[in-house]
Design a protein around this ligand. Structure first.
Ligand SMILES: [Zn+2]
Length: 338
């Protein structure tokens, strides 16, 4: 079968690789309905951090179960499933508190930019649909596996309420999903920070009410001007750089929460600034499993259309071109047909 491997920064190849097999009784094997490239795949692609080479790429997935280990009891072959990029048992204390992304048995999914994938901890990770979905819902279901679940977590962690004023820092796929999520949670004012026309338009479609193209001090001043010089009730940080984090902290009013889901790279905090700023922060890898049943229901009833975030579709064999398109920001998010 075809699988996507990263050999070194900037070097992605789709090759004939061995089909995955059941390694543990808690595993499932799925046939992917489609796959995609994540913004976080760009960190190693751009040379940030070490990785074992070659690395099997892909952690977002949905598809049909083709085999299960003997201990798996909640999903069975033939069912259409969606799972989180974070693998969890869904039974340990952290899972029970809704933080499946801190599961005592946590693993991260890999190898999903392929035709078949092995999903460890299948019972605690996968959610089965009642029936196979229509083809046009596949992109949205795939988005639920990571970007939608992560944007949703950012809004949940930032405690977005009906009537909230929300700032979303970052116009990548996760930021755009944060806009959609804040809208679903009843925010009445959603300020998206974006300099790119196509992303601004998508943000407006997902529910943004205001767009701010400025960054740094100008961006902060623009947010203050829109919020009676008070700041936002909730801020979603969806980038992970020092500049984006500083922007998020400066736009949040005292007493507010910042949901931060961009994996921090080189971000440092000043203790006294945090102390006197009086702002709360909750972030980390999203516990997508907590939200999946509700998100899948919203998608199946067509109340949300997160699949709109995919603006380029390529055959799996052309994954390398997909990485290039996302790296150069020509594409927001690339769907790979398997
Ligand atoms: Zn657990």
């Amino acid at each position: 079968m075809l699988g996507t491997l990263m050999y070194a920064p900037g070097q992605v190849k789709v090759e004939d690789v061995a089909e995955p097999s059941l390694l543990k009784p808690t595993d499932a094997i799925i046939k992917l309905a489609a796959s995609c490239i994540c913004g976080s795949d760009l960190w190693p692609y751009r040379g940030h951090g070490d990785f074992a080479q070659p690395m099997s790429m892909g952690h977002e997935y949905c598809g049909v179960v083709v085999a299960v280990g003997e201990a798996v009891c909640t999903v069975k072959p033939g069912q259409f499933v969606v799972g989180s990029f974070c693998l969890s048992d869904n039974t340990c204390p952290h899972c029970q508190y809704g933080f499946q992304s801190s599961c005592e048995q946590r693993e991260f999914m890999s190898g999903a930019q392929a035709e078949l994938a092995r999903v460890p901890l299948a019972d605690g990770t996968l959610v089965a649909l009642e029936a196979h979905p229509p083809a046009d819902l596949i992109p949205s279901l795939l988005a639920a596996s990571d970007v939608l679940g992560t944007g949703w977590y950012a809004a949940d962690a930032a405690r977005v309420q009906p009537g909230s004023t929300v700032v979303v820092v970052g116009d990548g796929a996760v930021g755009l999903m944060g806009v959609l999520s804040a809208r679903q949670m009843g925010a009445t004012r959603i300020i998206a920070m974006s300099r790119h026309k196509q992303r601004q338009e998508l943000a407006l479609e997902f529910g943004a009410t205001d767009i701010i193209a400025e960054r740094g001090e100008d961006g902060i001043a623009a947010v203050k001007a829109l919020t009676r010089h008070v700041g936002a009730d909730a801020v979603l940080e969806c980038v992970g750089t020092q500049q984006s984090m500083a922007q998020a902290l400066a736009c949040a009013r005292p007493g507010s929460m910042i949901g931060y889901v961009g994996v921090p790279h080189g971000v440092e905090f000043d203790g006294q600034q945090l102390f006197f700023g009086q702002k709360g922060m909750l972030g980390g890898p999203a516990p997508v499993r907590r939200f999946l049943p509700d998100l899948l229901a919203l998608i199946e009833t067509r109340k949300i259309n997160p699949g709109r975030v995919f603006d380029l579709e390529l055959p799996l064999a052309d994954a390398a071109a997909g990485y290039r398109a996302m790296d150069s920001r020509e594409a927001i998010k690339v769907l790979l047909r398997t």
